[in-house]
Ligand binder design. Structure first.
Ligand code: AVI
Length: 342
């Protein structure tokens, strides 16, 4: 079976100068604001992706293991929702995952006809994924896209009039604020057709001690993952951060219902960033906000689906009810009155 990837030509994604400019601008804006921030989307350079892979294997970081449990337990049930006609299995975010392989193998074993379409902005991650799937499951048809998610889905839609099944696993939705999640889901709804399906991973609200341990592991991998953001600024933007003068701090905001990660400056210091051409001043114990990881109640998942135009088909959960993979159907015929403004 063919296994390839395509870089959507309409956009100059390969232009690393533009990407670096965007990174520099985001860093300038984030570090100039009274409450300093850096976006978690910049965690995932090759070092950050490697560290994240290590996080997924940590005993404290239960999310990956429980989602794997859900997909193994319910793969047959999920396959039951896919009629016998050919479909596109689209995965948003191409980080190689054995969880997705579980589904690919099962669907293939069930004789379902589909092409696997991972979409990701990173060419190297996409290339790696195509090679891995080609090796593990050569009979699977893979057409990966190096593109922004919604451009990729629309491109697929224009070329292949098939039902789309979209996977957005791993609690990536938790890294969005509520407004961002609504905006993302409404954009997803817009790019899809009536009756298409989406399977989204949500980490559920639970004992706060478990959450604190998951984001403050004893081996210090999450700390290294967070600090890599400063190292990335040093590498790519000529930053002069002294990494030992910052520490990782992961905490739970009980009002917002999510974990938050910070990098805290342990001294008064000025940090010069060459590509930006200026220094940034830090007070002792001043934080930089780096990540939200929101946790959900099932009722909040249902509200989110309704607000953005989806019908909940079912919630698939693990034995301890720590995580949910929620299966939704795109509802284009619903009255617009059901939809809240987002
Ligand atoms: C990728 N994302 C869902 C992870 C999370 O749990 O929010 C990233 C992560 N941050 C710290 N540990 C893992």
């Amino acid at each position: 079976m063919p296994a390839d990837y395509k870089i959507l030509a309409e956009h100059d994604y390969a232009d690393s100068f533009t990407e670096r400019d965007a990174f520099a601008l985001d860093v300038l804006v984030g570090l100039s604001s009274p409450r300093k921030t850096l976006s978690s989307k910049y965690f995932y350079d090759s070092r950050g992706s490697e560290l994240f892979q290590q996080i997924t294997r940590l005993p404290e970081y239960y999310l990956t293991a429980v989602e794997r449990e859900i997909l193994v337990t319910y793969r047959d049930r999920i396959a039951g929702h896919l009629e016998r006609e050919p479909f596109n299995l689209i995965e948003l975010g191409a980080g190689f995952s054995d969880k997705t392989m579980t589904l690919l193998r099962h669907f293939h074993g069930q004789g379902l006809t589909f092409q696997f379409v991972p979409i990701d902005i990173s060419e190297s991650a996409t290339h790696q994924l195509v090679v891995s799937v080609g090796k593990d499951l050569p009979e699977c048809e893979v057409h990966a896209l190096v593109a922004e998610y919604f451009d990729g889905i629309k491109w697929m839609n224009n070329r292949y009039r098939r039902r789309n099944i979209v996977l957005f696993l791993g609690s990536s939705i938790g890294n969005f604020t509520h407004n961002e999640a609504c905006f993302f889901l409404r954009n997803l709804w817009n790019s899809l057709n009536d009756d298409d399906l989406v399977l989204i991973g949500f980490d559920l609200k639970k004992d706060i001690d478990l959450l604190l341990k998951a984001y403050n592991d004893t081996q210090g991998i999450t700390s290294a993952f967070n600090l890599n953001l400063l190292e990335r600024i040093n590498r790519e933007l000529g930053g002069h951060f002294e990494i030992g003068k910052f520490r990782h701090f992961g905490t739970y905001d009980v009002f917002a219902g999510g974990m938050e990660s910070y990098l805290v400056s342990m001294a008064r210091q000025n940090v010069f960033i060459e590509q930006i051409g200026r220094s940034f001043a830090f007070e002792p114990w001043e934080p930089i906000h780096t990540e939200y990881s929101y946790k959900y109640l099932v009722s909040e998942i249902e509200t989110l689906a309704g607000e953005t135009g989806f019908e909940v088909i079912e919630h698939l959960s693990d034995a301890r009810q720590w995580f949910v993979d929620s299966l939704w159907k795109v509802q284009k015929s619903a009255s617009p009155a059901r939809l809240h403004r987002v």
